[in-house]
Design a protein around this ligand. Sequence first.
Ligand SMILES: [Mn+2]
Length: 387
Amino acid sequence: MSYPKAFLLPLALAASCSFAREITFPPVSGFASPQQLGWNDHGFASLEGAFNGLTTYANLPYVYCLAPEGQEVEGYDIAILGAPFDTGVTARPGTRYGPGGIRQGSRRLQPGEYSIYTGEDVFQEWAKVVDCGDAPLTFLDNTVALKQLTQAHKVISGRRGKASDYSQPRIITLGGDHTTTLPALRSTYEHWGQVSVIHFDSHIDTWDPKVLGGGISHYAGVNHGTFLHIAHEEGLIRNTSIHAGIRAPVSRPKGDIRNDLRCGFTMIKARDLDHIGVAGVIDLLKKRVGDSNVYISVDIDVLDPAFAPATGTAEVGGWTTRELLSILDGLSGLKVVGADVVEVAPIYDNPGETTVLAAAEVVKSLIGLMVHKPIEAAGSGEELNEL
Ligand SMILES: [Mn+2]
């Protein structure tokens, strides 16, 4: 067979250019993880986590935590669970994309990095921390969706822990609008009984369903501004709960605050920080909850819209990201049995991803609190009457 000269010439040139760059492409298949490519040996591994594979929270391993009965599921101690739900809001919707947004904001977080403040890597202490993906929630019926979330939370927290001494997995939920905290509290109650809630938010969220929801229907009364009222009615929370960062107006001059106290809450207002400082806020929070089991709920709108524009009900005059992180880290030692970061609506974020970056760091601080205080399950609560 003979080839025309015009074809052979470039081949000959290429062969003579053996001094050109040496680029060896890896095979296109056959590797389960980048580590198996051997790049670890060349020191690249720590730079790769953020840009390969699927996007889990902080590049943690994904576990199919909702696997059907009978299927083996590896043990874990702290689980990330997404709750894509936004049909309980009173203002801008969009938090059904919150879990994905927070994971996107966490892409530069990964095991193998050490805090400049504490020197620790919370992902690689005693606890196995995993991402369970999102709970399957219908967006067509809130009542059904909230039941689905309770069930998912129960299944995931009901599995065996990895560290033998601390057998009860704890969950950090990525919201979702704030209504998603109610199913999480129902499930948490089953393992740990009543909890004190530390509620970071610009709104009190204890509104009477007859006030916020218009008394239209029972269904309408269950929303992101009433869930703490309902949690109190159901006996899920202790009268040692506390809000932090409150600044939004109330709708009844005295009635809302009276009802808030009745639901078991005191409050630290946003501007209190200016007078008592971060240490003062930490002190008040710790004193309020004492030695009780604690659930920490962080509505991202506790931050000023300058630091978290991507949320449904933004209120100006809020805390900075640094202040919130310092306060959270200052709560080390509390018995945190559950937590969430909610109301992140990525569609309103800016190109710098300000809100989701903040939310991802808040989640990391919450993991740190759980790691610092291993807790064993203290008996189960009674069966609950759910919606
Ligand atoms: Mn809220």
